[in-house]
Design a protein around this ligand. Structure first.
Ligand code: NDP
Ligand code: GDR
Length: 354
C-alpha cells in the first residue's frame, strides 16, 4: 500500500487527485492551511470527524512558506509520492502579491525538495511539481511542447519557472525521481470562482435565475487550451508511475477564446449573445431581449498578458498513454448546469440559511 502526500489538497486539483489515489488504495495525507473560515469544502466528503479518524485520509496543518513545518510533515508521513500542488495560483493576483507568490510557489517547491533531501528520502519519495503553461507566456512556437522556450509574463509565471527548473535540478543533482508536469488550463465544477471559466459559468447561471444583471470580465480575446481537471489529475499520477522520471506537457491541443467560452456558456441555457462596440466599451447582449449581460472592467486586464496558449501533449500520449477524455463543450455544460443546480438549491432554502 503506497502513501501519498499532497500539498494544495483543498484546491481543485488536490481534491480530484485525493479521490483518485484513495480509489487506487493509497493512504493519502494532505496539507491544509489554517484559515479563519472553512477552506476544506472540496474534500469534506473524503474525511471523517477528528474523533473517528480515517487511517486512509489525514490532513495536516501546514504552509509552503514554513520550512520546519514541511520537514516535520514529510518526516511523519514518510510518503512514497509527494504531489506539490499548493500555490498562490491566480495570475492576476500575483501582480499584487509578487513576493508572497515567489515565496509560496518558487521557494515553497525548494522547501519540499530540501525536506526530502534533509530527511534522506531521495531514494524513496517520488516528487511531482505542478508546473504550468504560464511559463511559456509570450509564445514564439505554436503549439507549445516540452522543447518550447520559456518567457513567463507574470510574477506567478516567473515563480513557477523557478519551481520547474529546481525540480529538474534536484533530479539531475541528486538522482531524485522528480517530474514537472507542464499543465495547460484545466477547469471543473470545483474551479475557484475567480478564474474566468467558473466566473462565467456561475455568472451565466445567476443571470438566468435573475440573481445578477451582468458579468464583468477582462480580455475577451485571450485564447486558452482548456481541459478537465479530472483528466489532468490522472496524468499527474501517471507521471510518477514510470521507470524513469521526466517532464510532460498535458493539454488538449484545442484552443478557444474567452469570448467563445462566454457564448458557449449562455448557449447551455438556450440563450445566445451578440457583441456590440469595441475595446473597453464592448458589450455582450442577449439576442432575444437586447439586455446587456457582459461588460468589460479594466481591473481584470493584466499588466502583461499571455494572449494565446495551445499545447502539444504528444509525448504524454506516447509515453504515459495519457489523453483527455472530456471535451471543452462537455465541461462547460457540466459547469453551467452544476452552478445552476447549486444556486437553485440555495434559493429554495429558508432565509437565514443562505
Ligand atoms: P487552487 O487555487 O484551486 O488550489 C491551490 C491550493 O494551494 C489550495 O489548496 C490552497 O489552499 C493551497 N495553497 C495556497 N497557498 C499555499 C501555501 N502557501 N501553502 C500551502 N498551500 C497553499 O489551484 P488548482 O487546484 O487549480 O491548481 C493546483 C496547482 O496546479 C497549483 O500549483 C497551480 O498553480 C497549478 N496549475 C493549475 C492549473 C489549472 O489550470 N488549474 C494549470 C497548471 C498548473 P487554500 O484552499 O487554503 O487556498
Ligand atoms: P490563467 O486563468 O490566468 O490562464 O491561469 P484565468 O482563468 O484567470 O484567465 C484565463 C484568461 O482569461 C482572461 N480573462 C479573465 N481572467 C479572469 N480570471 N477573470 C476575468 O474576468 C477575465 N476576463 C478575461 C485572462 O486575462 C486570461 O488571459 C490559470 C491558473 O489556474 C494558473 O494557476 C495556471 O497555471 C494556468 O491557468 C495554466
Amino acid at each position: 500500500m503506497k502513501t501519498a502526500l499532497i500539498s494544495g489538497i483543498t484546491g481543485q486539483d488536490g481534491s480530484y487527485l485525493a479521490e483518485l489515489l484513495l480509489q487506487k488504495g493509497y493512504i493519502v495525507h494532505g496539507i491544509k492551511r489554517r484559515s479563519s473560515s472553512f477552506n476544506t469544502e472540496r474534500v469534506d466528503h473524503l474525511y471523517h470527524e477528528p474523533q473517528f479518524p480515517d487511517p486512509k485520509f489525514t490532513m495536516h496543518y501546514g504552509d509552503l512558506t514554513d520550512a520546519t513545518n514541511i520537514i516535520r510533515i514529510v518526516q511523519e508521513v514518510e510518503p512514497d509520492e509527494i504531489y506539490n500542488l499548493g500555490a498562490q495560483s491566480h495570475v492576476n493576483v500575483s501582480f499584487e502579491t509578487p513576493e508572497y507568490t515567489a515565496n509560496s510557489d518558487a521557494l515553497g517547491t525548494l522547501r519540499m525538495l530540501e525536506a526530502i533531501r534533509i530527511l534522506k528520502m531521495t531514494d524513496k519519495a517520488r516528487f511531482y511539481q505542478a508546473s504550468t503553461s504560464e511559463i511559456f507566456g509570450k509564445v514564439q512556437q505554436v503549439p507549445q511542447n516540452e522543447q518550447t522556450p520559456f518567457h513567463p509574463r507574470s510574477p506567478y509565471g516567473v515563480a513557477k519557472l523557478y519551481a520547474h527548473w529546481i525540480t529538474i535540478n534536484y533530479r539531475e543533482a541528486y538522482k531524485m525521481y522528480t517530474c514537472s508536469g507542464i499543465l495547460f488550463n484545466h477547469e471543473s465544477p470545483r474551479r475557484g470562482k475567480t478564474f474566468v471559466s467558473r466566473k462565467v459559468t456561475r455568472g451565466v447561471a445567476e443571470i438566468h435565475l435573475g440573481i445578477r444583471d451582468c458579468i464583468y470580465v477582462g480580455n475577451l480575446n485571450a485564447e486558452r487550451d482548456w481541459g478537465h481537471a479530472v483528466d489532468y489529475a490522472r496524468g499527474m499520477w501517471l507521471m510518477l508511475q514510470q521507470k524513469t522520471p521526466d517532464d510532460y506537457v498535458l493539454a488538449t491541443g484545442k484552443q478557444y477564446s474567452v469570448r467563445t467560452l462566454i457564448e458557449m456558456a449562455f448557449s447551455v441555457l438556450d440563450e445566445s449573445i451578440e457583441w456590440h462596440g469595441s475595446g473597453l466599451k464592448e458589450v455582450g447582449v442577449l439576442k432575444n431581449s437586447g439586455r446587456i449581460v457582459v461588460r468589460i472592467d479594466k481591473k481584470y486586464l493584466r499588466p502583461s498578458e499571455v494572449d494565446s496558449l495551445i499545447g502539444d501533449a504528444s509525448k504524454a500520449k506516447r509515453e504515459l498513454g495519457w489523453k483527455p477524455k472530456i471535451s471543452f463543450e462537455e465541461m462547460i455544460r457540466e459547469m453551467v448546469l452544476n452552478d445552476k443546480q447549486q444556486l437553485e438549491e440555495r434559493l429554495i432554502q429558508p432565509i437565514g440559511k443562505i
